[in-house]
Design a protein around this ligand. Structure first.
Ligand SMILES: Nc1ncnc2c1ncn2[C@@H]1O[C@H](COP(=O)(O)OP(=O)(O)OP(=O)(O)O)[C@@H](O)[C@H]1O
Ligand SMILES: [Mg+2]
Length: 281
């Protein structure tokens, strides 16, 4: 085979990889769209009901309460749309100083209802972290993939622990997504980053999962960020994925987050034996 042919094969592989990444992005967007539609219906119901209440009751107190409810429902809806719009905008190659606290909270807001529906509680331990050098859409896509996998690993419900902290030693920001789900055997673990590897029979009741592209895309994205993705898993106990992302140079640390999802001190007990899969090989 001539060198020219060889190069064109490599080029073809690159083009196909690009298309695959694009397909996964569209899948994630489609999944988000269905989640958001449900979410919007709920918000609209709240707005309509409180508008009716305010019209029916002329007293000041009821009207004030109605306006407050309408305002907070409207604000929530606006946050949801702006997140979706940000996600839909395709800026695949731009890295910018990224506020990880906001990214985590925006994504959790989108998935909140779905996680509740599947009886998954979220514990959130978010430190003041410096901005990372990242493409926010892509990192959000990775975080969403990990959250959906975690939810799917807990069909009877369970707990997702989200941790965000600055690892001073490596000067990277760590985002951990830990679940109390089914965990993985070593045989499964070895293959999870392979494109199209899946143990799922197809999309679940909410239309998500089963193509086997989620984690391979996550890995591609994290590698392109010069970051790392690690996984620790114990069958029957749970799984923890850790993303490590480089800090944006010259960035100022963010103020501590005040968003309250009260929770006890993090437990680091399960899952135990660490199987570490470095992103770059
Ligand atoms: N948190 C988790 N707990 C247990 N198993 C997991 C977890 N995350 C991933 N897996 C395993 O890794 C496999 C690959 O995950 P991946 O996200 O790449 O694909 P998928 O979820 O099957 O399909 P999709 O492409 O729709 O995400 C899953 O089928 C599952 O077996
Ligand atoms: Mg998945």
């Amino acid at each position: 085979m001539s060198a020219g042919n060889h190069q064109s094969l490599e080029e073809q592989v690159a083009i196909l990889k690009d298309r695959l990444a694009q397909a996964q992005r569209l899948t994630a967007l489609g999944e988000l769209a269905s989640t958001t539609t449900h979410e919007f219906n709920n918000v609209l119901t709240t707005i309509i009901n409180y508008a009716r209440l305010g019209l029916r009751h002329k007293d000041q107190a009821t009207r004030e309460k109605s306006f407050e409810k309408i305002l907070s429902a409207g604000t929530r809806a606006a946050r949801i749309t702006s997140t979706i719009l940000g996600f839909a905008r395709n800026r695949p190659h731009s890295l910018e100083p990224t506020d990880m606290v906001k990214l985590v909270d925006d994504t959790l807001l989108l998935l909140e209802r779905e996680l509740n529906k599947y009886r998954v509680t979220v514990e959130r331990y978010v430190d003041a972290v410096p901005k990372t050098l990242a493409n926010p859409n892509q990192i959000q896509q990775v975080f969403l993939n990990l959250l959906i996998n975690a939810r799917q690993a807990m069909p009877q419900g369970g707990r997702v622990v989200i941790k965000l902290n600055h690892d001073r030693e490596s000067d990277m920001v760590d985002l951990v997504v830990r679940d109390t789900g089914c965990g993985m055997t070593p045989e499964v673990l070895r293959r999870i980053f392979d494109p199209f590897f899946t143990t799922k029979t197809g999309p679940d009741a909410s239309g998500k999962g089963g193509t086997g592209l989620g984690l391979s895309t996550c890995r591609e994205i994290i590698e392109a960020h010069h970051g790392r993705i690690r996984v620790d898993s114990t069958p029957g106990k749970g799984t923890a994925f850790t993303l490590k992302l480089p800090v944006a140079r010259g960035a100022v640390p963010l103020a501590p987050s005040t968003t309250a999802i009260p929770a006890p001190a993090p437990s680091d007990s399960a899952p135990s034996p660490a199987i570490i899969t470095p992103a770059a090989q």
